[in-house]
Design a protein around this ligand. Structure first.
Ligand code: KIV
Length: 273
């Protein structure tokens, strides 16, 4: 049975135990109404810092603040009854030292009620992941194309194409698993490499632009719904085109307001119909 249909909320331990089991289903959510809609169908609601781009219109995730993550994380936790809620630590909130990471991760957990945090980085973040995990903070790691490092990577470029790059991503995967992460997001890497890493490490891998062989998959909800049209990465599958529908609705509403056909008598007080 999928954890997604169990009565109890999904825990990080449940997810950890899904290695080589039923695929883990993960979508991002940033608001309570969306979290309520997605919650029965997913194992993980990820309050990703992608919200900087899809909600706040920022060019990258670099400008996202801890306060934004806490406000949206708390909204999603209030709405989720079933899924495990994981909140991203934003750029600058954890890279300085394990102590800084603990302080900010503890604040995120205390002020949102989420079950775990996610942070980007591999070998260089292993000591921080260990520090958090040993102090009661479950960590989902994130390796490969790490969007917070977009300026260092030279763009949103898939990783693992050269032998050296592939060796680095593999070393990152091993390091975060050994450090105590309960799962790892692998983003934007060559498919055979993501498959190999999934076979090699002992924690669940959650792919985005990675491989169907990963232990789970994650996508950004606005991409899935066709609500974000600035660009469409190769790995995105649009299951709907709500952006076009929203635009059509706004067009119809504007026409009815201008023609004074909205509001109708049924929308007015004290008008006999
Ligand atoms: O911020 C985010 O939404 C993410 C996912 C794309 C994995 O990190």
């Amino acid at each position: 049975m999928s954890v997604a249909t169990a009565a109890k909320p999904v825990t990080t331990r449940d997810l950890r135990a899904r290695k080589d089991g039923d695929p883990i289903v993960c979508l991002t959510a940033y608001t309570a109404p969306m979290a309520r809609l997605l919650d029965p169908h997913v194992d993980v609601l990820l309050v990703g810092d992608s919200l900087g781009m899809v909600v706040y219109g920022l060019p990258t995730t670099v400008g996202v603040t801890l306060e934004m993550m806490i406000a949206h994380g708390a909204a999603v936790v209030r709405a989720a009854e079933h899924a495990c809620v994981v909140v991203d630590l934003p750029f600058g909130a954890y890279q300085e030292s394990p102590e800084q990471a603990f302080r900010n991760a503890a604040r995120v957990m205390m002020e949102t009620g989420c079950a775990a945090v996610k942070l980007e980085g591999g070998v260089e973040m292993a000591a921080t992941i260990r520090f958090l995990a040993e102090r009661g903070i479950p960590v989902m790691a994130h390796i490969g194309l790490t969007p917070q490092a977009v300026h260092a990577l030279g763009g949103f470029i898939s990783q693992g194409k050269t032998e050296a790059e592939a060796a680095k991503v593999s070393a990152d995967a091993r390091a975060v698993a050994e450090a105590g992460a309960f799962s790892v997001v692998i983003e934007g890497v060559q498919e055979p490499l993501a498959r190999k890493i999934t076979e090699e490490i002992g924690i669940p891998t959650i792919g985005i632009g990675a491989s169907p062989a990963c232990d789970g998959q994650v996508l950004v909800i606005d991409d899935v719904l066709g609500m974000f049209s600035d660009f469409k990465p190769k790995f995105v599958k649009r299951y709907a085109d709500l952006g076009a529908e929203v635009s059509e609705v706004a067009k119809r509403y504007a026409a009815e307001v201008k023609a004074r056909t909205f509001p109708g008598p049924e929308h007015c007080f004290g008008v006999k119909r």
